[in-house]
Ligand binder design. Sequence first.
Ligand code: NAD
Length: 336
Amino acid sequence: MIRVGVNGYGTIGKRVADAVAAQPDMKVVGVTKTSPDYGAEAAIQRGYDLYAAIDDRSGAFEDAGLGIAGTLGDLLDAVDVIVDCAPAGVGERNRPTYEAHGVSAIYQGGEDAALADGSFNARGSPEISDADSLRVVSCNTTGLSRLLAPLEEAYGVEKARVTLVRRGGDPSETDRGPINDVVPDPKTVPSHHGPDVNTILPDVDIDTAALKAPVTGMHTHSVNVTLDEQPTSAEVRELLRAEARLFLIPEGSGIDGAGTLKDYAADVGRPRGDLWENCIWEESIRAEGRDLYLFQNVHQEADVVPENVDAIRTLASDASREASVTRTNEALGVGL
Ligand code: NAD
């Protein structure tokens, strides 16, 4: 059993905890919170042992009537792998603590690539051995890596150009925006997402540009890839359909955006209405000469979750990538 702790029980952390708990070869030893808010209460209700992320806040949990099992140090003493799901940049501050406890660590995409021994995506990264830490790349980079890896293998990618329409904030982020505009990011063109994809797929030539929109559900990517070869649209659809973590939205399904996608996910019983897969409109997959076009949506709260599970196995087991992905997908029910 791989013993796992989650440091930072927020949007990503609570989902990672549930995904780890679903794995037959893993156990959630506990999760941390910085304060005794509704998330802390929910963690206890879900059966997780709660630890104080910051030592001198332990009393606040007791005052709020929430029993804690200890502090972060106690959790680190009891795990093989800690998954850092603290806000972007906080992982860097936490690293010395993890190292002092000799614990393998996984960081999220908000951290600099240099923080960990390597960046990770289960589809795009090569097999990794001898790493003590990994950074699971961001939701957008995860979605792009899963898409571009099979295209590169099958046809070669001469150049990828992607426009990312980013959600303004997650549903629980009541202080984010915009609320009444679509805001381009003119200062960073091309955006940082392309170089981040290169931490996973170093040989893919990719440029990206990003805008923020007043939505919370999902990111939307408008993708144009110039390939080395000239596959037909049907061939590309078959190639992408074979990828377990890509969902091709069928023509005629009535799914026309993030609203209907999330509704579908909830209807089929997905926890929290989560979509772990890239959601690609099948009709939009058009090959014209060497140019390929498509639209995909990425559920920012969810797509990195199975990747975190595979990153844990990479650090703490001998399982091959293929075996880990199969196991993760089966345990969670990835694949629509
Ligand atoms: P979040 O704000 O929803 O959750 C972070 C949690 O960490 C909160 O519960 C917060 O209280 C807690 N925290 C704060 N300081 C802490 C500390 N010192 N130690 C431990 N916990 C602390 O953030 P999130 O959206 O889950 O993002 C976490 C990481 O995942 C970031 O690196 C982010 O860039 C990345 N990520 C986020 C998304 C997304 O869309 N939400 C997608 C992919 C990757």
